[in-house]
Ligand binder design. Structure first.
Ligand code: GLN
Length: 230
């Protein structure tokens, strides 16, 4: 059947990992907040379904889709590996991995990362990049911010993480760190999208239609201005 349970029962259960500002973080009221949360709520409104958010580890989101959660929105990059397990919505944001290093580090280009210990968030595209760097060791964390803390403590030489969270996390450490554009390391452009159960065409088309409507009526740009470009 191409009928989506999530639409039929009127509740869209959404998985996220609220450790990825400005896309998702725990707000002052203890609930997940951020660009992705506002976006999925706007999508749910267009679809006429209630949105319920489950905060979980990033690394378990994909496997939970179709069982514990209906969809995941978590600054999640579309990759071929993930496409074997889930379907993605149309992309909604362009991203790239950035590199955070101590202010006095000499790391400036791809070859400088060889043989280094690199902090990453477990199961992310930053983690996958380290697998391809000769002799580099990934230090994997459940929270990206913990990787940055260990950079400050000298336990890792660099952190590879998505551009926007890199800027948010680094801000806290001011002049102690440098944030370097992934283009200097030849990292590829990435696209964020909403992950859904494989083959649920009804859900994919409803989500894409809602996303399109939100872009056309100005809601999307407003959310970008509120959460990302401030
Ligand atoms: N964009 C990265 C990925 O999809 C990181 C996402 C995240 O940590 N929330 O793997």
């Amino acid at each position: 059947s191409d009928k989506s349970d999530a639409i039929a029962d009127g509740v869209l259960t959404v998985g996220t990992n609220a450790e990825f500002p400005p896309f998702e973080y725990v707000g002052d009221d203890g609930e997940p907040d951020g660009f992705d949360m506002a976006l999925i709520k706007a999508i749910g409104e267009k679809m006429g379904v209630k949105v319920e958010v489950e905060n979980m580890e990033f690394d378990s989101l994909v496997a939970s889709i179709g069982s514990k959660i209906d969809v995941a929105i978590a600054g999640m990059t579309v990759t071929d590996e993930r496409k074997n397990m889930v379907d993605f919505s149309d992309p909604y944001y362009e991203a790239v991995q950035y590199v955070i290093v101590p202010a006095d580090s000499t790391i400036a280009s791809a070859s400088d990362l060889e043989g280094k210990t690199i902090g990453v968030q477990l199961g992310t595209t930053g983690d996958f990049i380290v697998e391809d760097i000769p002799d580099a060791t990934a230090s994997q964390y459940n929270k990206g911010v913990d990787a940055v803390n260990d950079l400050i403590n000298g336990r890792v030489d660099a952190v590879i993480i998505d551009k926007n969270p890199a800027e948010v996390f680094a801000e806290k450490f001011g002049d102690d760190v440098k944030v370097i554009d992934g283009a200097d390391f030849d990292f590829e452009a990435e696209e964020y999208a909403i992950a859904m159960p494989k083959g649920d065409e009804a859900l994919v088309s409803a989500v894409n239609q809602a996303l399109k409507d939100i872009k056309e009526d100005g809601t999307f740009d407003k959310l970008v201005a509120t959460y990302i470009e401030q």
